[in-house]
Design a protein around this ligand. Structure first.
Ligand SMILES: NC(=O)c1ccc[n+]([C@@H]2O[C@H](COP(=O)([O-])OP(=O)(O)OC[C@H]3O[C@@H](n4cnc5c(N)ncnc54)[C@H](OP(=O)(O)O)[C@@H]3O)[C@@H](O)[C@H]2O)c1
Length: 640
């Protein structure tokens, strides 16, 4: 092959290491030109000692640092220690491919910055690639500490051989011509190593070396050995039972997409940069200060480590690991239109601003206004621009807080009405301000809590803030069985008012259960025949219903509509007052409503729950205009 017996190209750092033949027993062979590609992302504490180590263990090899957008000074620290630097998008596969594109070597070797290479590694590669039928190979990986790691190491290795797969780009090498033939690493968010290995094997033999690359167990140390081992074990077990890789990738992403571990954007501290902390084998200081990557060792390689020891439930797995480029599942609208424009897909996970909290959403409420946001007219009115994530009601757990947040802490259960402009509720994560969020009522589930904010605030602001409903007054509530209506009836009752409410035949029982004093079946009876001289009307129906309502209000009374412009002429004619309402986020009101819920003065009626992926169906139901109580999207499993 071309690389045997060819003198190395002289590069800035290998002037004293021009390669010539080396001897292996009785057989002479020459070292190939090897390009070592090191994908990095915020590796400031490790990068220098690692590159020095690389030079010492692989003298003469071309070193290419492939940066995925480090923000901690990694690139500056690496300067002078590499032969080439390439930048690419933050994705391990893309970084490695970018490195491979500029590589001059006949052999490409992919190594991560937390590794310790075996002595004589280039000799080993030369030996393995000596046979023309061999297209590539890999070094075995070892986690250095403890018998459990040893055991899982062994298990991972032999399971890999048995299953004819290799997981972990860490330590993989191959001929550069073959790398090009198979198109490099597939640029997928996860499992690119497994697919790459499969393609490599289809081109020829792939041989492993028994020499070990020592790899930092930083993920295990940062997250917890048992915790992470069990998490990986669960997914590995699914793999063994034949769950397809794309499905596994999506489960892994969903379950382990975010972790309370190192912040990849954090600058390395001065302490991190101290020479004594820059030793690769001195892991304890660096473990918590570096960006941890999903693919540090290759996901399935770690999964197999985990499979040696056990199982874990999905809910326990949440927040175990982080992705270098975090995404989440969400409903995204890319174009205006009907419910078919609601697409369930991956979207960037939001990052809270200094006045925001990041909420891990458990459930999201569905409202008629969500449908309106899909139309260009209303989107423009609300200030929404494409693409966007709809949804204004959320209930979940605070995952992260901005610097200016004082009223919430990580782990707090909250519910919120997100502003119409920003929305973002139909997603695994959403951001909210302190004005938008309040503590979740303790006595209800997240699913129920997600059905509260928009409609309960609307009822509150209509009856209490706007119409100033007081004890002893009579209120007529149209659409008493809907989202707004169910809260309006109960808020009015809690206020001490007499309640007359309208709904269709099927919902008469609900009106009574909610506490309405008089229930009117609008399909059988004209409401004005029953409701006369009321103090307040709350209209959520509009048109004819609103037009006929002016006449039932007593002089000096109040009519508030949610769906139309109030007719000043009608108000004057009847000597009444009135207003149209646009609901606003209000944290203190949401807190008050939460107290009434916990005091059992208000119950939440959720008639249907859909998984997030079926948001389209949920909106179609709401669009009928005949929803009983609330429709909610389930985004994650309720915590026990
Ligand atoms: N302006 C704002 O800030 C604001 C805020 C929230 C909501 N809204 C608007 O208010 C309206 C109601 O919202 P929502 O969330 O309560 O909707 P919803 O959950 O869909 O409830 C609609 C209710 O209206 C009842 N209904 C339908 N036709 C009726 C009629 N002719 N007479 C009496 N009741 C009738 C239905 O009961 P049956 O099934 O028994 O017919 C249903 O329960 C929507 O148009 C929404 O956009 C506005």
């Amino acid at each position: 092959m071309a690389f045997y017996g060819i003198l190395a190209k002289v590069r800035p750092h290998d002037s004293m290491a021009v390669r010539g033949p080396v001897w292996h027993g009785s057989r002479a062979t020459c070292l190939p030109d090897v390009s070592i590609i090191v994908p990095v992302l915020n590796e400031a504490p490790l990068i220098r000692p690692f590159l020095r180590h690389l030079r010492a263990r692989a003298p003469g090899a071309e070193i290419i640092v492939a940066d995925g957008g480090s923000s901690d000074g990694t690139v500056d620290l690496a300067s002078g220690f590499y032969d080439q630097l390439v930048h690419s998008e933050r994705s391990r596969a893309m970084q490695m491919n970018a490195g491979a594109r500029v590589a001059r070597g006949d052999v490409l070797w992919f190594v991560h910055a937390d590794a310790e290479l075996p002595r004589g590694c280039l000799d080993e590669i030369a030996q393995i690639l000596h046979q023309a039928t061999v297209v590539g190979g890999y070094f075995r990986i070892r986690l250095p500490q403890g018998p459990v790691y040893r055991l899982t190491d062994g298990f991972a290795h032999y399971a890999g051989i048995l299953l004819r797969m290799r997981c972990g780009d860490h330590g993989l090498f191959c001929r550069s011509t073959v790398f090009q033939d198979i198109g490099g690493f597939p640029e997928v968010p996860l499992m690119e190593d497994v697919e790459f290995f499969r393609r490599l094997r289809s081109c020829g033999r792939v041989v492993h070396s028994d020499k070990r690359i020592l790899v930092s167990p930083r993920r295990y140390e940062a997250i917890g050995r048992v915790r992470l081992t069990f998490a990986y074990g669960f997914i590995a077990t699914l793999y063994v039972f034949g769950v397809p890789l794309p499905k596994l990738a999506s489960i892994y992403k969903r379950a382990c997409g975010d972790a309370p571990v190192a912040d990849p954007n954090r600058m390395a501290t001065r302490r991190d940069r101290r020479p004594e902390n820059q030793c690769m084998t001195n892991k304890t200081d660096s473990v918590h200060s570096i960006s941890l990557s999903l693919n540090d060792m290759g996901v399935l390689n770690q999964l197999m480590h985990g499979a040696a020891t056990g199982f874990l439930t999905l809910t326990q797995m949440v927040a175990l690991a982080e992705s270098p480029n975090p995404t989440m599942k969400a409903i995204v609208v890319h174009e205006y239109g009907g419910p078919e424009v609601l697409k369930y897909e991956d979207a960037p996970k939001p990052e809270p601003k200094e006045d925001q909290i990041l909420v891990r959403v458990m459930a999201a409420g569905v409202n008629p206004v969500d449908e309106a946001s899909r139309s260009q007219k209303y989107a423009k009115f609300f200030g929404i621009t494409l693409p966007f994530i709809p949804g204004y009601d959320i209930a979940g757990v605070v995952e992260k807080i901005g610097a200016k947040i004082t009223r919430f802490r990580t782990g707090d259960p909250v519910y919120a009405y997100l502003s119409l402009k920003d929305g973002g509720g139909y997603a695994e994560y959403a951001v909210a301000t302190e004005v938008e969020a309040a503590p979740k009522p303790q006595s209800i589930t997240f699913g129920e809590a997600a059905g509260v904010p928009v409609v309960a605030l609307t009822a509150w602001q209509a009856l209490i803030d706007t119409a100033k409903l007081s004890a002893g007054q009579t209120v007529l509530i149209h659409g008493g069985s809907g989202g707004v209506g169910t809260f309006a009836v109960q808020i009015a009752k809690a206020r001490g008012a007499k309640v007359i409410a309208t709904a269709s035949t099927a919902n008469q029982d609900l009106l009574k259960q909610l506490g309405a004093d008089v229930a009117i079946d609008y399909t059988k009876q004209k409401f004005e025949d029953v409701a006369k001289d009321v103090d307040v009307v709350l209209d959520s129906v509009g048109k004819d219903t609103l037009a006929r309502s002016y006449g039932v209000v007593k002089k000096g009374g109040f009519i508030v509509t949610l769906v139309a412009r109030i007719d000043q002429g009608e108000l004057d004619k009847h000597s009444i007052r009135g207003a149209s309402l646009g609901v606003e986020p209000n944290s203190s009101q949401l807190t008050e409503i939460g107290k009434l819920i916990d005091e059992k003065k208000i119950k939440v009626v959720v008639s249907q729950t859909f998984p997030l992926s079926e948001a389209m169906k949920a909106q179609q139901q709401v669009a009928t205009g005949h929803t009983r109580g609330k429709i909610v999207l389930r985004v994650a499993e309720e915590p026990k």
